[in-house]
Design a binder for this molecule. Structure first.
Ligand code: DAK
Length: 260
């Protein structure tokens, strides 16, 4: 399987995915979107040896400076709606991934790039990273979930200000406002993400998947997250992983989880 505009590197069960359109600040064009869709919709679900994913951008300037303005500039209303739906589907695949996905934000994360980072489960920002949803500058609104996920992370007041003014915020503000998990020196975004994912890879895989699903349930309309947690807890209690985790605790050793 090939992935245009993405470079893949698997090390110690962690898949590092780098967007490779550095000369266009990794702007997300249709080919990149199609690659991301295949990666999260087919490739990762088929490769159980992958325990976590890091998503980053090539170069030192940008994670992704938005959707590719040059490509979508001439889109009709109908084409725009179709592309928006495809983008939503792709970003939901990331958000609902059974394994954790961390965005290593090494510079600008704007528009569709900021939306991509927000679809990931965590965000590690380099100290020079900038975040924003500048779509109104172009006479647009966010088309890949930005009006919804930004509110979820930073609340309505700050979100509506950023969305209406097109202002960018720096990494420190993003940390203070709850948009990112950590700020690290530039160049250390991927290693910090790897450290977190390696820690998670020692935990019970079923439990990891169920935590992601249960947290997502909080934001899913018509799903009672508390009820989902009860069901998921019961499910986890019936797994071999739980037997092994409890046995290992009693025997004062590290558990050897199998994901069953
Ligand atoms: N698209 C295409 N090319 C881009 C780009 C983008 N978003 N951002 C940067 N580039 C290109 C530049 O055109 C330039 O290419 P050349 O001129 O060298 O060929 C190259 O990357 C380097 O950029 P700059 O020379 O501008 O670099 P600077 O350091 O001076 O400025 C900047 C960096 C990030 C401040 C600036 O590049 C900038 O303002 N970029 C645009 C930011 C932006 O407005 N992004 C788009 C947000 S809107 C849709 C769904 C979703 C969306 C749209 C439609 N549908 C469903 C239809 C989402 C839209 C967005 O993301």
């Amino acid at each position: 399987m090939t992935f245009e505009n993405l470079h893949l590197d698997l090390q110690d069960s962690i898949l590092l995915v780098t967007m490779t359109r550095e000369s266009a600040l990794n702007a997300i064009n249709m080919a990149t979107m199609a690659s991301l869709h295949r990666l999260f919709g087919e490739y990762i679900p088929d490769h159980e040896e992958i325990s976590g994913v890091i998503l980053t951008g090539a170069g030192q300037k940008a994670f992704a400076a938005g959707a590719d303005i040059k490509e979508f500039a001439s889109f009709s209303a109908q084409e725009g709606k179709l592309l928006s739906a495809t983008g939503h589907e792709t970003y939901f695949l990331i958000e609902k991934s059974r394994i954790p996905v961390i965005a290593a934000v090494n510079g600008y994360a704007l528009g569709g790039g900021c939306e991509l980072a927000m679809a990931c489960h965590m965000r590690i920002a380099g100290e020079h990273a900038n975040f924003g949803q500048p779509e109104v500058n172009l006479g647009l609104i966010p088309g890949y979930g930005g009006t919804q996920r930004l509110v979820q992370y930073i609340g309505k007041a700050k979100a509506i200000e950023l969305l209406l003014t097109a202002d960018m915020i720096n990494a420190e503000d993003a940390l203070r406002w709850g948009l990112v998990n950590h700020v690290v020196p530039s160049g250390e975004e991927v290693s910090k993400a790897r450290e977190i994912l390696l820690k998670i890879s020692t935990k019970g895989p079923v439990a990891v998947r169920k935590v992601i699903e249960a947290v997502n349930a909080y934001f899913t309309e018509a799903t009672d997250g508390f009820h989902f947690e009860v069901e998921s807890f019961g499910y986890a209690c019936g797994t071999q992983d739980f037997r092994e985790g409890a046995k290992a605790f009693v025997e004062k050793r590290k558990p050897a989880f199998t994901g069953h």
